[in-house]
Ligand binder design. Structure first.
Ligand code: FEO
Length: 171
């Protein structure tokens, strides 16, 4: 049996992952509006990843015999200023999500819930990648500065990202 506290905390994390999906979809729409289709596509893939993260928590609660209560999803920002500002926001958001995952792990430890600890390990590792990928793009955008040809080259590179659902062994 999963404890009430952990159940509630994971249920809240489902909402944060769905908000992450919304945020990156909003960024995708903004980039598309700015005619940066590669950036828009990268963000769209990121949103799909967030949906997977949310559903993985969703399915886990059901598997543990606990219910899921879907809460209202906040409206994300719709204006991001420039690509650097958007990716800085994405990086900060990922740091916030990492903190939440670490808090969940601390709670699982406190509750001595070995199954939850094993499950949460996947997210701990995933967050390392999540932060690294956003941070790398922030660094590149800083190097590029205002050089439009650099922005277009990065747009082209980011547009090559495709969504691959993690295999069942990773779930
Ligand atoms: Fe679900 Fe980007 O963390």
């Amino acid at each position: 049996m999963i404890s009430k506290k952990l159940h509630k905390a994971i249920n809240a994390q489902i909402n944060r992952e769905l908000f992450s999906e919304y945020l990156y979809l909003s960024m995708s729409a903004w980039f598309a509006k700015e005619n940066l289709d590669g950036f828009a596509s990268w963000m769209h893939v990121q949103a799909q990843e967030e949906h997977f993260h949310a559903m993985k928590f969703f399915n886990y609660l059901l598997e543990r015999g606990a219910g899921v209560v879907l809460e209202q999803i906040d409206k994300p920002t719709t204006e991001f200023g420039n690509p650097l500002k958007a990716f800085q926001m994405a990086y900060e958001h990922e740091q916030y999500i990492t903190k939440n995952i670490n808090d969940l792990m601390d709670l699982a430890n406190k509750e001595n819930d070995h199954a939850a600890k094993s499950f949460l390990e996947w997210y701990v590792n995933e967050q390392v990648e999540e932060e690294a990928s956003a941070d790398k793009i922030v660094s590149r955008l800083k190097m590029i500065g205002d050089r439009i040809e650099g922005i277009f080259m990065l747009d082209n590179t980011l547009g090559q990202r495709t969504y691959t659902e993690p295999s069942s062994t990773e779930e």
